[in-house]
Design a protein around this ligand. Structure first.
Ligand code: UD1
Length: 417
């Protein structure tokens, strides 16, 4: 079992470039199966992270040829034959569910099992199913498998009960080849949905409205190929900004889209972090951490749930009492207990965490309980006095490409053992 050993107390200094977004790349990789082209789809700015490799294996199991080199993926779906995703791969990653919409659209049939993924509380997929049924799919359970079938999906009007990111993406991908027009109301508005729309349209689809709450998809007969560059990962960017701030360092983050981080920068400013924001970069210049009265995670453009844990780490050292409410996921506070092992003062009541800022954190042995919780523990370890050991770092590798290399470049004392 690998772990990170961190000697805390060094202020991070330097600059970093941010690679492509995991949450963009995964649905876009899945969307590749929609293509009728015999040529490669080329995806650039791809991070080499665990979840990318799992999605690659899933595509290969369906007959796709996938090559990865120099942060570029070449996907060829000419010989795609399968429409059932192996159970073992489904369980590896929740995002495997993204293949349901595009495979159904392409083959008229798809077989999946319930997906796995990080343990951040219950994550139902009812909205995916409801939407696909509205498009005309028949969904039934056969043993462990969920089978969806529809000779050809039919465009319709869908109103999502909640702006689920995954359901929105799944339904866009399903509707691309449907007959007629589909409208998705109360759609998620995340930048990754805009990226998916841009990718699909570059392949010949007709999707409009991404980034707003109403999406309109005019079904087309087929889509071809394209070369597409994945947008920068705003969650990785946010994590690194917080790493600089918690250590009292100075960091220039390049190759990012600052507007994707508006809510994050605003909250960090409230917490006493000073920034210089430019066209494609953000610089943390100084931090005098102070508590934030209230922070509530929300769908985009609100504060992202994926940065709730790193932000909590930051607030453990902020003067005063902060309050965080997690409104997106039911049980996403497991990192609070781990942060308390470093002598943070966090009390959790239901979906709210109360953080009493402390003067110092002290190194301890902790366990990453999910991807972003793991990142939060690294941040806390970087700021803590003494040595912190983070176990279970396989979670962190799901979403950060060699996080230790990036942090070492900035002067952090972190080693993978
Ligand atoms: C995506 C992101 C994840 C992020 C989350 C919220 C990817 C690969 N993952 O996950 O990093 O934390 O958005 O920003 O893009 N829900 C239902 N029924 C459903 C679907 C969702 O009740 O059918 C609920 C979930 O349980 C959760 C909430 O809706 O409470 C948000 O989930 P959703 O937006 O779907 O997140 P994911 O797409 O799984």
């Amino acid at each position: 079992m690998t772990k990170f050993i961190i000697e805390g107390g060094t202020a991070l200094q330097g600059s970093l470039a941010v690679k492509g977004a995991k949450n963009s790349m995964l649905p876009i990789m899945a969307a590749a199966v929609l293509s009728s082209s015999t040529e490669d789809i080329v995806l650039q700015n791809i991070p080499s992270i665990f979840d990318m490799h799992v999605m690659t294996e899933i595509l290969r199991s369906l007959g796709a040829k996938v090559k990865f080199a120099d942060h570029t993926l070449r996907i060829n779906v000419r010989d795609l034959h399968g429409f059932t995703i192996p159970e073992a791969l489904m369980r590896e990653m929740r995002s495997s569910i993204f293949l349901m919409g595009p495979l159904l659209a392409r083959f008229g049939k798809v077989g999946v099992t319930y997906p796995g993924g990080c343990s951040i509380g219950p994550r139902p997929i009812d909205l995916h199913f409801k939407g696909l049924e509205a498009l005309g799919a028949k969904i039934s359970e056969e043993g462990d498998f969920i089978i969806a079938s529809a000779p050809r999906l039919q465009g319709t009007e869908i109103h999502l009960d909640y702006p689920s990111v995954g359901a929105t993406e799944n339904l866009i991908m399903a509707a691309v080849l449907a007959q007629g027009k589909t409208t998705v109301n109360n759609a998620a508005q995340e930048p990754e949905i805009v990226d998916l729309q841009n990718f699909l349209n570059a392949m010949g689809a007709d999707v409009r409205g991404a980034g707003t709450e109403t999406l309109r998809i005019q079904g087309v007969e087929s889509v071809g190929r394209c070369t597409h560059r994945i947008i920068p990962d705003r969650i990785v960017a946010g994590t690194y900004l917080m790493a600089a701030a918690i250590t009292g360092g100075e960091l220039l983050l390049q190759d990012i889209i600052p507007s994707h981080l508006d809510a994050v920068v605003a909250k960090m400013k409230e917490a006493g972090v000073l920034f210089q924001v430019a066209e494609s970069s953000i610089k943390v210049t100084e931090s005098k951490l102070k508590a934030v009265e209230t922070l509530c995670t929300l769908p985009y453009p609100g504060f992202p749930t994926d940065l709730q844990a790193p932000m909590m780490a930051l607030l453990t050292l902020a003067q005063g009492k902060s309050k965080i409410t997690e409104s997106v996921f039911e049980a996403r506070f497991r990192h609070a207990e781990e942060l308390n092992r470093l002598q943070a003062k966090i009390a959790v009541q239901g979906r709210t965490a109360y953080i009493q800022g402390v003067e110092k954190l002290f190194g301890a042995e902790v366990e990453a309980t999910d991807l972003r919780a793991g990142a939060a523990l690294i941040l806390a370890g970087l700021a803590a006095e003494g040595q912190t050991v983070v176990h279970n770092i396989k979670y962190i590798d799901r979403g950060y490409e060699n996080i230790e290399n990036d942090l070492q470049k900035l002067g952090a004392k972190i080693t993978r053992i």
